[in-house]
Ligand binder design. Structure first.
Ligand SMILES: [Zn+2]
Ligand SMILES: [Zn+2]
Ligand SMILES: [Zn+2]
Ligand SMILES: [Zn+2]
Ligand SMILES: [Zn+2]
Ligand SMILES: [Zn+2]
Length: 350
């Protein structure tokens, strides 16, 4: 417990004084000035069995009698009241593991330092513990401005450390040293005043904190931006489901068009061959008729002297085109996506 809470409890039973509980009213022993709770005073009076009883701390005697005749400790009662007020109005945040624990409560984050008490406090506890007149002269400073505690020299325990060795050649394992070391272990070494060094280091560290904080802010922003960006790729977004439908319909159309292209090509091929077949059969009929007419003429030996017309007919029939393409389907290369017309195998694709 702290000096403040100690002031507020009976030093015999270690219970906190109270204005409301009769047993715990702080009573001043008039013989010596010590303050005890009423219950403990009554016990002492009963034990003494006389007109006076002894203070257990300094053996000074105080007259026995009505306990109410002993004065109440007003200062303690005032402190109790003030503490009750601040405790009921403000509740400092509770931390599992504060960076610097508050002297009054190790689960408070300390923010200031009392120069007089030489302890760290959270603002709440500083205010409540220093509200009474006794402590009102104490000064608090922000924790960051708290002076650094300079330990004693590891070699000369009675001396304070005053310097820090900055010499590259120094073989000593301890770099901080006192006036005596200056003439011995660190003689003619380069050194720095320890306070200057602390100040410099603090500045460097504060700079580092500042830089890290800036970086932190930027990283937080980046992280936020990433999260925000990520959410735009969510499956549930309207634009995304629209795009998915668009892709599906695009390929549905393409599939339909591709099959259509194939069917058209197939139909084209069939029509072309149909037409050629028709043509060929007609030409064949004409040719056969011409041949038979010529044969008949030869057999009848009739007008063999006038055959000009027959010869022309025969020539026309022989000249007629009989070179039709008869490449079977299997000899075509048909691209699955119909990105180009099917073309004959083993020929340059045109
Ligand atoms: Zn007591
Ligand atoms: Zn006493
Ligand atoms: Zn203080
Ligand atoms: Zn506190
Ligand atoms: Zn030393
Ligand atoms: Zn040195």
């Amino acid at each position: 417990s702290s000096p403040f809470s100690e002031q507020l409890e009976c030093k015999i039973c270690l219970t906190r004084f109270s204005e409301d509980d009769e047993d715990l009213v702080p009573r001043v022993l008039t013989g010596c000035g010590h303050t005890l709770c009423q219950k403990c005073v009554v016990k002492l009076m009963k034990k003494s069995n006389g007109f006076r009883f002894q203070c257990p701390f300094d053996r000074q005697s105080t007259s026995s009698g009505a306990v109410q005749s002993l004065p109440k400790n007003r200062a303690v009662i005032d402190m109790l009241r003030e503490l009750k007020e601040t405790e009921s109005t403000e509740n400092p945040a509770i931390y599992e593991d504060p960076d610097v624990p508050c002297f009054e409560n190790k689960n408070h984050e300390a923010t200031c330092f009392c120069i007089t008490c030489k302890e760290d406090f959270c603002q709440n506890c500083f205010d409540s513990t220093h509200s009474s007149k006794i402590f009102s002269t104490h000064q608090s400073i922000p924790l960051l401005e708290k002076p650094c505690e300079i330990p004693k020299c590891p070699i000369h325990e009675e001396n304070e450390i005053r310097y820090f060795c900055t010499d590259d050649e120094c073989a000593s394992s301890t770099k901080e040293f006192c006036d005596e070391c200056l003439l011995a272990k660190h003689k003619s070494h380069w050194y720095e005043n320890i306070e200057t060094r602390i100040k410099k280091n603090e500045e460097v560290l504060q700079d580092a904190v500042k830089n890290l904080k800036e970086r932190e802010t930027k990283m937080l922003q980046s992280s936020d931006a990433i999260i925000k960006c990520l959410s735009t790729f969510d499956d549930k977004e309207e634009v995304i489901s629209q795009k998915r439908k668009a892709i599906e319909s695009h390929f549905d159309n393409m599939k339909r068009e591709t099959v259509e292209k194939f069917d058209n090509w197939l139909t084209g091929r069939k029509k072309n061959l149909e037409f050629k077949k028709e043509n060929m059969q007609n030409s064949l009929k004409v040719l056969t008729a011409t041949r038979r007419e010529i044969e008949k003429t030869l057999l009848k030996k009739g007008s063999v002297f006038n055959v000009k017309e027959l010869i022309e007919k025969s020539k026309r029939s022989v000249d007629s085109d009989i070179k039709a393409s008869t490449l079977p389907y299997n000899n075509y290369i048909v691209p699955d996506d119909m990105s180009q017309e099917p073309y004959p195998k083993n020929s340059s694709n045109v």
